[in-house]
Design a protein around this ligand. Structure first.
Ligand SMILES: [Zn+2]
Length: 222
């Protein structure tokens, strides 16, 4: 790399980062001015927008976010330099002197950040939605849980407690979707009389009675 990079307190890009970047960037359309094709763009949250301007070349075209350091002392420039370093390691190059637009209007965003001492906390809602508090270097998309804490699953009216309410959370709905699908299969099976019995409430622990009943029916003499 011809120019110095300064990634501050950020960790060195890892093998996983190389694979991720290689795969992601190669999905972008390569710009071709002779054909009037503009390159695919990739938005890096809190850094900016990059355009694929060559087979192995990205160009920073927009800056998104403010210039202040976060609580780890990490600035937007450290993150941009981290991208440049990552690119260099996989044989790509990033142009940094062709920015067309800089938008610093994201200063209010910090108030949506979880408190430092809450990072890493996980809350699973009764509906199966899992909320995790990650900091703003997370690569997962984060969504803001409303101040009143209402679960982000539109079919759920449970309240997500503090410290998850009112701040950005990484939200995983894998369990919700799995549950909905399972419920659908059960309903189809019940419609077709293939499901042995309605779902039983086993919460009272009286398993013997629950298991015993169907067998009693089966052995009934007619
Ligand atoms: Zn919920």
């Amino acid at each position: 790399m011809t120019t110095e990079v300064d990634i501050g307190a950020l960790p060195q890009p890892s093998e996983d980062d190389f694979v991720w970047a290689h795969r992601l960037w190669n999905t972008l359309v390569v710009s071709d001015e002779t054909q009037g094709v503009s390159g695919g763009v990739w938005d890096m949250p809190n850094v900016g927008r990059y355009r694929r301007t060559g087979v192995a070349e990205l160009t920073l075209i927009e800056i998104h976010g403010n210039m202040a350091a976060d609580r780890f002392g990490i600035t937007l420039w450290h993150k941009h330099d981290w991208i440049r370093l990552l690119a260099d390691r996989i044989g790509w190059f990033v142009h940094s002197d062709k920015v067309e637009k800089a938008d610093f209007n994201e200063e209010a965003q910090d108030q949506d950040e979880p408190a430092l001492e809450d990072i890493g906390r996980v809350f699973a809602c009764g509906c199966g939605m899992v909320y995790t508090l990650l900091d703003n270097t997370a690569q997962e998309t984060r969504l803001k849980v409303p101040d009143d804490g209402l679960c982000l699953n539109p079919n759920c009216d449970l309240i997500i407690p503090a410290p998850h309410a009112g701040v950005l959370n990484a939200v995983n709905d894998t369990a919700v979707i799995a549950k909905m699908q399972a419920q659908e299969y059960i309903e189809i099976a019940m419609d077709e009389d293939e499901y042995p019995a309605p779902p039983l409430d086993t919460n009272d622990g009286d398993l013997e009675a629950l298991i015993g009943e169907p067998f009693t029916v089966l052995s009934e003499e007619e």
